[in-house]
Every structure is written in structure tokens, then in C-alpha cells.
Write a protein that binds this ligand. Structure first.
Ligand code: ADP
Ligand code: MG
Length: 326
């Protein structure tokens, strides 16, 4: 089973940012309103994520570290009806199999919390602990027992850059959750929970900067099957990379050719080939119309009716541009 975990880790855990992604998704699934991320040495030495979510009772904490013990999938059909971000029940065991891992959690209403340490798959005896309600997971010495993986990691700065981008994506998708990212003891991102009516707009101001709010176009459109809403920066804010383009399908950040090419097509005249807009685009559709299970770690999706998705996104952009008089 240790081997099965390491093999799964090869799929799920490509680099430190993949660990951070799984941990943040778990925190969000647990209803956290505050997520705190600490990184050292690009995540190789430390990834520490703590939240104020519902926590886990001690029994459940032990189960969470067993592969597939918590899988929410009963039938293949369920793959198309996933409400929570996590569903395979293999992230934690996989991460724990390639690191020095510690889980500390306290569930509301339990007399005490629990701390469980795992070293390269060896589970140590759970220790009772007095903790605030929520969960904290510390991952140290990632890939210590898989030298091939370790060798493929880039410079700390590059790995941290991936993590920082990832945190910004989650921050855009979840404006009511407060996020804090600390690198080598220095706070690099801090987004307070958005509290206004326009939580998304408020959060975009924090992530993209105040300029964005005065220089963006609101987008909306759709039909019975697909709805889109979002904000796109005016060409003056275009960037040299696509790192400011964020598209979400049913709340999940995705990298998808259909979405990106619809945006680029509609925006073409305003956007030379080597420039990319700032964008936050939210696409909502029946979960049965989209397969998010193409690959466990890559953020790819497959639409059942991709022509129609393309048309809706393009339509919303063209309509927005027309309104602006471009
Ligand atoms: P999945 O998210 O696919 O269910 P994971 O391995 O990521 O699988 O997590 C296993 C389980 O552990 C989750 O289903 C959840 O019940 C519990 N869990 C993990 N992280 C947290 C957290 N931060 N707060 C509360 N429960 C958590
Ligand atoms: Mg998960």
C-alpha cells in the first residue's frame, strides 16, 4: 500500500504547488473562512497550510490518511456530479508518502484535537492535542524519498512563483475567504475577506490592483445551458504573459483551449499576439455537461457541447466591447 501511495503521488504531486492546491481545496471543502499558507525553500523544506474550517474528529483524521477511505465516488456516474472540490480521497495519503507529514486537527464539539505524524508512509501513534477548531497540515522535506522527482524541481523562486499564482486563483474564486501567503517568514500576499455586495469586484481590486477596477469591462451572457460572468481588463493593462488570465468552470480554475481561444478571438483586434488581458471569467453549467476528471492534477476539462460554450463566451466579450464602444 505504501507503494500504491507513492504511485498515486506521482500522479497528484508533481511539484510543491500541487501540494498547496490539494491542501487549499481541502480547506475550502471544510468551509474555511481563513487560509494561511507558509512556504520555505520553494516548498521543498516546508509547506504549511492552516485553516479555521470544520476540522476532523480523531477517528476521521486517521481515516483521512488512508487511501480511498474517504472517496466520495460510488459509481462512475458520480464523476459527473461532483459538488466538492476533492473527491478521490487520495491526496493526503499520497502527499504523506513522499514527505515528512503532520496533520493537526480539532473538530468543533470534540473534547480534544489530534496530531498525527507520518514519515514516508510510516504512521506514528496519534497524539491528543489542544488546538483551535480547524486543521493544520505541515509537509516537510517533500520528495525526500523520491530523488528523481526532487531533481526535476526548479529554483526556489520559480516554485514559489507557481504557488503564488495558485493562491491568487483561489483568491479570485473565493472572495469571501481570507488568504495569507508567507515566504521564508515574509508575508507576500494578504487578501482580507471581501465584505461588500460586490465581493468579486472587491477581491479583484486586491489581486489585480486598484487600476483594474477603473479599467475593466464587466461581462455577462449565456443561454439555458451555460452562464458566464466576469471582468476583463482594458488593453492598457495587457500583460506579456497569460498569468493574469483566470477562467473558472463551476468554481474550479481551468486551463482550457476552448475558453482561452474564445477570449482571444473576441479580443483579437485589441490584443496583439504577444499580449494577454487580465481576466476573471466565471462559467457556470450543469455539472453533467462538463468532465473535470480528464487528469487528476492538470486543470483540464472537457465540455460536452464545446461549440456552445465557445459561442457564449465570445458573445459576452463582443457584447461587452460593443458597450464600451470599441
Ligand atoms: P478528498 O479531498 O479527495 O476527499 P483528501 O485526501 O484530500 O481527499 O482528504 C481526505 C479527507 O480528509 C477529506 O475528504 C476530508 O474529509 C478530510 N480533510 C482533509 N483536509 C481537511 C481539512 N483541512 N479540514 C477538514 N477535513 C479535511
Ligand atoms: Mg482533497
Amino acid at each position: 500500500d505504501a507503494l500504491a501511495n507513492q504511485i498515486a503521488a506521482g500522479e497528484v504531486v508533481e511539484r510543491p504547488a500541487s501540494v498547496v492546491k490539494e491542501l487549499i481545496e481541502n480547506s475550502l471543502d471544510a468551509g474555511a473562512t481563513r487560509i494561511d499558507i507558509r512556504i520555505e525553500a520553494g516548498g521543498r523544506e516546508l509547506i504549511d497550510v492552516s485553516d479555521d474550517g470544520c476540522g476532523m474528529p480523531p477517528d476521521q483524521a486517521r481515516l483521512a490518511l488512508e487511501r480511498h477511505a474517504t472517496s466520495k465516488i460510488r459509481e462512475t456516474d458520480d464523476l459527473f456530479r461532483i459538488g466538492t472540490l476533492g473527491f478521490r480521497g487520495e491526496a493526503l495519503p499520497s502527499i504523506a508518502s513522499v514527505s515528512h507529514f503532520e496533520l493537526a486537527t480539532q473538530s468543533d464539539g470534540e473534547p480534544e484535537g489530534v496530531r498525527i505524524r507520518i514519515k514516508g508512509g510510516e504512521v506514528e501513534a496519534p497524539q491528543p492535542a489542544a488546538l483551535p477548531v480547524g486543521t493544520r497540515i505541515s509537509v516537510r522535506n517533500l520528495f525526500f524519498n523520491t530523488p528523481a522527482r526532487l531533481k526535476f524541481l526548479r529554483a526556489d523562486r520559480t516554485e514559489f512563483g507557481h504557488i503564488s499564482e495558485l493562491v491568487q486563483r483561489f483568491a479570485i474564486a473565493c472572495p469571501e475567504v481570507a488568504f495569507r501567503l508567507t515566504n521564508e517568514g515574509r508575508e507576500t500576499l494578504r487578501f482580507r475577506a471581501a465584505s461588500s455586495q460586490d465581493a468579486y469586484v472587491e477581491r479583484l481590486g486586491m489581486v489585480f490592483g486598484k487600476d483594474f477596477l477603473e479599467n475593466c469591462l464587466e461581462l455577462s451572457g449565456g443561454n439555458d445551458a451555460v452562464r458566464v460572468m466576469g471582468w476583463i481588463g482594458l488593453p492598457t493593462l495587457n500583460r506579456a504573459t497569460s498569468s493574469g488570465m483566470h477562467q473558472f468552470v463551476n468554481g474550479r480554475w481551468v486551463r482550457d483551449k476552448v475558453v482561452v481561444s474564445a477570449v482571444r478571438q473576441a479580443y483579437r483586434d485589441l490584443m496583439p499576439k504577444d499580449r494577454f488581458p487580465l481576466l476573471a471569467l466565471f462559467i457556470e453549467m450543469d455539472p453533467e455537461e462538463v468532465d473535470v476528471n480528464v487528469h487528476p492534477a492538470k486543470a483540464e476539462v472537457r465540455f460536452r457541447h464545446q461549440q456552445s460554450v465557445y459561442a457564449v463566451i465570445r458573445g459576452a466579450l463582443l457584447e461587452g466591447l460593443e458597450r464600451m464602444g470599441a
